[in-house]
Design a binder for this molecule. Sequence first.
Ligand SMILES: Cc1cc2nc3c(=O)[nH]c(=O)nc-3n(C[C@H](O)[C@H](O)[C@H](O)COP(=O)(O)OP(=O)(O)OC[C@H]3O[C@@H](n4cnc5c(N)ncnc54)[C@H](O)[C@@H]3O)c2cc1C
Length: 316
Amino acid sequence: MTTWVFCEEVDGAPSSSSLELLSKARGWGDTAVLYVGVGNDAAFAALGAHGASTVHHLDTGDALPAPLAAAALANLVEGASSDLLLFGMGSTERDVAGRLSARTGSPVLSNATDIDPTGDQVIVTNEILGGTTKVMTAATTGRVIVVARPKAFSAERGDGGSPEVVAVEVPDVGHAGSAVVLERHVEESDGPDLEAASIVIGGGRGMGGADDKWESVTKLAGLLGGAVGATRAVVDAGWVPYSLQIGQTGKTVKPDVYIACGISGAMQHLVGMKDSSTIIAINKDAEAPIFSVADLGIVGDVHKVMPALISALEAR
Ligand SMILES: Cc1cc2nc3c(=O)[nH]c(=O)nc-3n(C[C@H](O)[C@H](O)[C@H](O)COP(=O)(O)OP(=O)(O)OC[C@H]3O[C@@H](n4cnc5c(N)ncnc54)[C@H](O)[C@@H]3O)c2cc1C
């Protein structure tokens, strides 16, 4: 069985999801990557260090990558008796996984938090009901597509050397390949990247509003060198942009410390932050569900607790 990992180039480097998946797949046997992007030696070397033995390089230029990448991957796996194809949950990744399933008739198991190929089957675990219930599904078919949650596995370099790099010809997919990407917009943000930050300050509706009411969240993040995150309630209210949303329909974070400020702890939020190493919650309601996942809970008004915390930090 060959394990394939889909990798989309991000700022000239392999996507974080591809490195996480390669690290997980290391030791399963032959591991190949379909790399979509301009490509460069450092990116290919990083894939090799994380476990790729072969990198198939497809440069789709300005074209919308998914139709071309799905067709290229379908061509690459054609004729093989068994393959495990791994994808992250980014929009292009999910787009390619769906198209590939349609092209090859392979099943897709999504939202995976663990993947275990044993014997002639692949057992995939995913979590439902806000992570309170685990579902294990065994796929016994020869070719299986798995879409894994971000940060389900840690990206760790192994001792792999340089992979073999093979150029892939851009396939002709007719009209499906005619869409082009016109513009890319990068959201400007201050401070560390939310998904990579070791400290995250999450603000919820309990902050009471945008601007001066929200200020304690950004101030605390600044003092601790952390990133600001938010609940969907706050994003829907327009207090902060969607790029800060944590949870089922937002980002997944796994920092050393997560400070939840005025967040109730709805299951859709918990799935995006419950794996943080230490969770500190500030909520005026002692019964708030966030306290069930918190290591340290402060029952109190955020507008009293947070200014006190900020003054203590400023006085250090
Ligand atoms: C399909 C679907 C997907 C979803 N995806 C997401 C997602 O990705 N991320 C997400 O976050 N949500 C998501 N939600 C929404 C989710 O169900 C909750 O509605 C949301 O997380 C609640 O946000 P909140 O905790 O900020 O607000 P609330 O639930 O309103 O909680 C506010 C909390 O603040 C406390 N509070 C109020 N005032 C103060 C104060 N002065 N001091 C201290 N505490 C105070 C209250 O006690 C309360 O616990 C999704 C929902 C659905 C249906």
